[in-house]
Design a protein around this ligand. Structure first.
Ligand SMILES: Cc1ncc(COP(=O)(O)O)c(C=O)c1O
Length: 332
């Protein structure tokens, strides 16, 4: 496997810890719940994008680029971590964010500013076009931009989660536990493709269950073909001959609620449960939705009491501060 020889720029210390959530497991009287703490990756308030960015920035540096350009929502965790990682790697960072800037920047947007990223605001419909326009403007100005797709989800970024699965496999051996399932938030796909491919490589037999934050299985932009495309490109990148099809991906799209970045009772109840039972924080957009879905599945007996499930915490806690109004209403 070529993974070890791919260019990589170290951004954090790994492995991230695995915690046994004993109080939550007891409260739900369901499977034993463990949590892989990728919210604790040691860069710019943590999160799953750190792992992808190690390989993306490795490639950018190898190509002698000097500026990272990427895009996302106004509260994008991916953009915040790209801004943080750019600082560590000595690169400039330009962010195309869809949304209306608030009077006072908060949450991830505040952190983008602290990391001194150059921010451009646009409508959602113009975002992809604007991303490449910004890259062209930078080229014209004599810079060498490296464009990272939304969420860092291409074959380069996804390698970060293949590597994460190899890391997990070693930890599970040491801890002598064999989860029946791994549950996590999925959105642009790089986390899910990396984990699913990594599971095939390591021989992990449990379910790799992505709880969709905003993607659907059918409709004009179905998610499974996107997952398949990224996974196969990732396999090729690391020199693996594994070939994946849509049926290799386990995806639950039942918890889309009122839409992307529109948290409701499901998310706020999950935030409350994790805070009060375990002292662990979730972000309202991604991890609270995925945890809310997971806890609902436990209540519906999707998992049995004798099973073990690992929830992969992918970060996003700075989102909390951007939803302070709703948090105040939910938590008093
Ligand atoms: C906190 C958090 N969790 C999960 C995800 C989903 O990861 P992916 O985009 O790789 O599907 C994201 C994406 O932005 C995220 O910010």
């Amino acid at each position: 496997m070529k993974l070890e020889s791919l260019p990589r720029f170290r951004l954090a210390e790994f492995p991230t810890p695995i915690h046994h959530l004993e109080t939550l497991s007891k409260a739900y009287n369901g499977p034993e719940i463990y949590m892989k703490r990728d919210d604790l990756t040691s860069l710019g308030m943590g999160g799953n994008k750190t792992r992808k960015l190690e390989f993306l920035i490795g490639e950018a540096l190898e190509q002698k680029k000097d500026t990272l350009v990427t895009a996302g929502g106004i509260q994008s965790n991916h953009c915040r971590l790209t801004a943080a990682a750019a600082r560590k790697a000595g690169l400039d960072c330009h962010l195309v964010l869809n949304g209306t800037p608030p009077e006072i920047p908060n949450g991830n947007l505040l952190l983008d500013k602290i990391f001194k990223a150059k921010v451009y605001f646009c409508d959602r419909k113009d975002r992809d076009k604007r991303l490449f326009q910004v890259a062209d403007e930078l080229k014209t100005a004599g810079k060498k931009p490296y464009v990272i797709p939304v969420g860092g989800s291409n074959s380069t970024g996804s390698v970060g989660y293949v590597s994460a699965m190899l890391e997990l496999s070693r930890q599970l051996d040491d801890m002598d536990i064999t989860p029946d399932a791994i549950v996590f938030a999925t959105s642009s796909g790089g986390t899910q493709t990396g984990l699913t491919l990594g599971a095939k490589i390591t021989g992990f037999n449990g379910d790799i269950l992505g709880i969709s934050i905003d993607q659907t299985k059918t409709g004009p932009d179905p998610f499974p073909p996107v997952l398949t495309q990224i996974a196969n490109a990732t396999a090729e990148r690391i020199g693996s001959n594994i070939w994946m099809t849509e049926s290799d991906f386990s995806l639950n799209c039942d918890y889309l609620g009122a839409g992307y970045a529109m948290p409701g009772d499901l998310e706020f109840n999950a935030i409350r449960d994790l805070a009060l039972h375990e002292g662990i924080l979730l972000g309202p957009v991604y991890t609270a939705r995925a945890m809310g879905g997971f806890l609902d599945l436990i209540q519906k007996d999707y998992f049995t009491k004798d099973q073990t499930v690992l929830f992969w915490h992918t970060g996003g806690t700075p989102e909390l501060f951007a939803w302070a109004d709703q948090c105040r209403d939910a938590f008093g």
